[in-house]
Ligand binder design. Sequence first.
Ligand SMILES: N[C@@H](Cc1ccccc1)C(=O)O
Ligand SMILES: CCCCCC(=O)O
Ligand SMILES: [Zn+2]
Ligand SMILES: [Zn+2]
Length: 522
Amino acid sequence: MTESGQKFKIFKFLKIVISSLLIAALLLFTIASIRTLSLDVNVGLQLARWEKTNNLSLVIDHHQREELLANFKEAIRIRTVSFSEKKSNTTALIQFDRLLRKVFPTVFFSSLVHHELVANYSHLFWVQGSQHDLVPYLLLAHIDVVPASEADGWEAPPFSAQEIDGFIYGRGTIDDKSPVMGILQALEYLLKKGYAPRRGFYIGLGHDEEVSGFKGALNIVRIMKQRGVQLSFVLDEGLAVLDGVISGLQGPAALIGISEKGSATVKLSVSMVPGHSSMPPRETTIGILAAAVKRLEDNPMPRLFGHGPERETFEHLAQKFGLPMKFMMSNLWLFAPLLGRILERKPDTNAFVRTTTAVTMFNAGVKVNIIPSLAEAYVNLRIHSAQSLKEVLDLIQSTVGDQRVKIELVDGFDPLPVSSADEKSFGFQIIKKTVLDMFPTVTVAPGICIGNTDSRHFKDLTNDIYRFAPIWFKPGDAQRFHGINERISKKNYEELVVFYFSLIQNCDIQKLPEPHSSVHEL
Ligand SMILES: N[C@@H](Cc1ccccc1)C(=O)O
Ligand SMILES: CCCCCC(=O)O
Ligand SMILES: [Zn+2]
Ligand SMILES: [Zn+2]
């Protein structure tokens, strides 16, 4: 072959190689832009700036992981105890404010974030979104904790944040400082990475949730109402990931609270003329009140299992039970009464069955040789969604059945409205997606929050209030709530940070995809 013939052949070969490379490059670019476009539609702009990820270790290094745990421990050590509506540890609340400013500088100095103190010790953050037509949401948590005494049997001092077997022990580790610190830590990392939300959102941190929220949360609501704020949804503390807690349930279940029980705190009192204990009446004030309290405990409120949002919970979870429970849960129309009798056997599942009655305080007597002039007891009830506050008070009246016992309602409210949880429910689906992205084996179901939260104050600002944090509860862990040895594993705390880290990004979605697609494709 002549030299020119060879050159021509080489030229032709090169031409083919270059054009195929160009076609391949074009093809790759097209695929990548379709994927980015589709993901962009689903998860917002930040992909353009940096890859969205659920994996914290892709975002932070080992040193930062140590740092986030140190920040959390420091928060636990500050004794932000609420004793009563009138008595809080304000020094600790001020210390806590200083801690937040110290460990989350990017949050406090970002031009995207507006921070204000509310009622001196609560915090309201507004994180501006680039797309003003997207309705904002609220992440809610509380700084205050209930009292704790090491003498009650703690394995580690309740404000030490001591590590034992990978768990951080302390009051507030689950209720509610892990969400407080988890939300802000997630935002700190997002802002540091150059993330800017499309959908604006609020972060509310109340300082008196454990004693009603009338100063913190209620003032945050007042400010929001003054500014005409409407919310897409609220996510507050509440239910969790239950793993082995509901007997017979195969695998962990993330229950997202779509309502919460009502509450009533009732004061019972008996008074009579005091006297010398050497000449006692047949019954003293203590005896009369004790008998009344005993009648309340011996006559629990009626079983209402299946008449509230718990119905949806068990219908969602039915497939995760073995027979016969699966059959029974799929036919609650027939088996609800029987299931109620099964679930009422344990305190944490009895709370799904009825209005619960807890005698929590009993005070009487001043001296061993004086007939007590006054005996007082407080009863705390959490009202099932199918009952009203008035019905409960009437039942207490009839059960006590003794004119000598004075009955007073200290504070109370009806069960809360039920939030949406269908495939069109933005907040529910975003929370569900975020949970499933992190814990693919978990079953997500709507649930009734058996305790009460600050979120109830926000019911005029949104129809959709959810009570959930991805805190992992094994059997017995529910007793740590307001109990002894409250704790969270280091791993679970990091998961909380990732959860909020992902949730904030997932909320940038313009709108939910059509219902036919699985939640995972959001
Ligand atoms: N969250 C606490 C305190 C509280 C009680 C009642 C109403 C509101 C808040 C609880 O559920 O016990
Ligand atoms: C049990 C779920 C909510 C409890 C709220 C609290 O005790 O702070
Ligand atoms: Zn609490
Ligand atoms: Zn709480």
